[in-house]
Ligand binder design. Sequence first.
Ligand SMILES: Cc1cc2nc3c(=O)[nH]c(=O)nc-3n(C[C@H](O)[C@H](O)[C@H](O)COP(=O)(O)OP(=O)(O)OC[C@H]3O[C@@H](n4cnc5c(N)ncnc54)[C@H](O)[C@@H]3O)c2cc1C
Length: 388
Amino acid sequence: MFDPTSLIPTEALRAFRDRIHRVAREKIGPQASRVDEKEFFNREAESLLWDHGLLTLTFPKKYGGYGKGRAVALCIGVEEIAKYCASSSLLLIIQAVGSFPIIHGGAKRIKQTYLPQMSQGRKPVAYLVTEPTAGSDVASIQTTAVRDGNHYILNGSKCFATSGGVAGIYSVLAKTSEGKNGSSFFLVERESEGLSIGRTERKLGQRGSNTTEVFLENVKVPAENLLGREGEGFLIAMKDFDMSRPAIAAQALGIAEGAVATIVQFIREKNTVETSMADHPVIQAVLADSAVLIEAGRGLTYRAALLNDEGKDDTKLASMAKCFASDAAMKITTDLLDVFQILNEYGFLKDSQLERMFRDAKLTQIFEGTNQIQRLVIARQMLKESMG
Ligand SMILES: Cc1cc2nc3c(=O)[nH]c(=O)nc-3n(C[C@H](O)[C@H](O)[C@H](O)COP(=O)(O)OP(=O)(O)OC[C@H]3O[C@@H](n4cnc5c(N)ncnc54)[C@H](O)[C@@H]3O)c2cc1C
């Protein structure tokens, strides 16, 4: 297994990584295939993640957060869990993404009320931005929030909501006026009248994560549930990306490392009877190329996370990390399936872990902005920088 020690800045973070690795290997990993096969949200894994503080990592320390180094801690937690079960690692990501508008935009009273509810009451959060006609282009959302005295009335349809059907709290992006700065985030409780859960999506990968539609029909929320100021929604979503894109990169790294570990273990076990296997030039090339991609991806990922922790967000670097690591994970899992073929084994078949990892890798290229969009972000940023 690749050792990221040199990029993890403190002894405490290294100890954290080792602890999470053990939980992932011993408790979560053994359930991964069944969860994927049966496509269910694993409550047992969720409990473990709460027990180990993994669903509050980015919260302020007094509400169960990691404290200094939280973005790096999030990446470490995600990477270690994704080595064994990508679906479970997605829960860490969406919890951080969904709580970001509350932590960074919520008034003091909102944080004092809801963060303990989430951490002590163990309420997952969902992030409702995407709509049937608004994905990459967040500015084209149709959901509206209309002020009515001391309340806002929300109406609209959201889709692809990770944890949509299991969340207790929702961070919802809605239009408060027309134009680029016309969207705002709101905290909406699950029990709110008019909020309903639609279809649960069946997916190619990360099938143990819960993905649903969520409908809002005349949902009345107190005005104080506005997160940030009116019109700040887009800005909050963009800042959220600076933290979440390195976390997606960490998930992609974890999936790729899990896949490499599967093959390496297989070769070592088989080598006792057939010593030439590890000397096969194609296998060597794939293993070496995979290791190079993983190390390069790790450099980008943890540098972006470190900068986020230091408050020196680098949007271009966060996009590079997400784009590079997810493309790498897709290539690595694809190439390793070829290695299995060379070994006369059937990685393609359902009971191989590799087949699941190959499918799980695909999502890392799509969410938190597709890789086409990451390339746009990188190029635009380059041109902006060139103009000084
Ligand atoms: C399993 C899953 C979980 C998700 N979880 C969440 C969640 O919790 N909350 C949430 O809000 N969203 C979530 N999403 C939504 C996800 O972020 C969007 O799917 C993604 O942003 C792309 O949006 P879209 O699917 O509407 O594609 P579109 O925006 O319609 O794009 C379609 C295709 O066109 C490409 N494209 C679009 N615009 C351009 C352009 N300008 N230049 C080049 N290519 C372009 C895209 O890359 C894509 O390949 C999730 C999605 C999935 C699949």
